[in-house]
Design a protein around this ligand. Structure first.
Ligand code: 13P
Length: 264
């Protein structure tokens, strides 16, 4: 049985769309979103080049706009980086931090991510912190320890007051992308329960309300199963949301589920 609360559904476009494609997508999403339950909190995370133009498209809507990364410093000699001041100036709502591709290809670590989390909070943007174990850690049965260490460091010095602005995405590295193996709903259930318990150990009852999203090969076959798990508050989707036909199908099924719940 589905539980009534806000569900967070969003997509990370990675490096896949041009501005032209992104604009067509967002205009379509805007139309679809007007027919959806207000309990669905949508978000899109495009590439930097189109953030201000997409902000214009989404400005009258409740769809949140995110950036895929951010430096923690306000300004300075950091060629190629984008600061929290720059993102907040264009009204960015959310910053994705610590995605496994950033950790894997650009050597980001939990300490860096922690500095970015604190900077995002300082600028009133929601950090969407990505955590996940790799296949080696899973096979060595240290998934939970890995996630606990990631959470502890990424959330260092985050106050209880700021918790309401934190979002966490559990994305097992082995489940992400073209070569990803979709996780079983049982595994996602087990790990999300563990993450919840790590958060309550860190923050007491306040740790119960932090939205926990699941991501990694979410597709038309598995999204409903994941979403109906107790500690899954939303989905963070790549490939299956890049194509509007499939994202639309996902969104209308979630909307039906929420509507059935209201009427039951
Ligand atoms: P896929 O859904 O394509 O596996 O990507 C998930 C992801 O990386 C979201 O950040």
């Amino acid at each position: 049985m589905y539980k009534m609360k806000k569900v967070y559904i969003g997509t990370n476009w990675k490096m896949t769309k041009t501005y032209q494609e992104g604009a067509v997508y967002c205009n379509e999403l805007l139309k679809i979103s007007q027919r959806l339950s207000s309990d669905i909190q949508l978000f899109v995370i495009p590439s930097y080049t189109m953030l201000s133009s997409i902000k214009e498209i989404l400005k009258e809507s409740t769809i949140q706009l995110g950036a895929q990364n951010m430096h923690w410093e306000e300004k300075g000699a950091y060629t190629g980086e984008i600061s929290p001041t720059m993102l907040s100036e264009i009204g960015i709502d959310l910053v994705e931090l610590g995605h496994s591709e950033r950790r894997q290809y650009y050597n980001e670590n939990d300490e860096d991510i922690n500095k970015k989390v604190l900077a995002a909070l300082n600028y009133e943007m929601n950090p969407l912190i990505c955590i996940g174990e790799n296949m080696n850690q899973k096979e060595n049965n240290i998934s939970v320890e890995t996630l606990a260490a990631q959470l502890k460091v990424c959330l260092k010095n985050v106050s209880e007051e700021d918790l309401a602005n934190i979002r966490i995405a559990y994305e097992p590295v082995w489940a992400i992308g073209e070569n990803g193996i979709p996780a079983s709903a049982d595994y996602v259930n087990e790990i999300h329960n563990e993450i919840r318990s790590i958060l309550t150990t860190l923050y007491g009852s306040k740790g119960k309300n932090i939205p926990l999203l699941y991501g990694g090969s979410v597709n038309l076959e598995n999204f409903l199963e994941y979403l109906q798990l107790d500690n899954v508050d939303g989905l963070f989707i790549g490939r299956s949301a890049w194509d509007m036909t499939s994202f639309k199908e996902i969104l209308s099924s979630i909307d039906n589920l929420l509507t059935e719940e209201v009427n039951s």
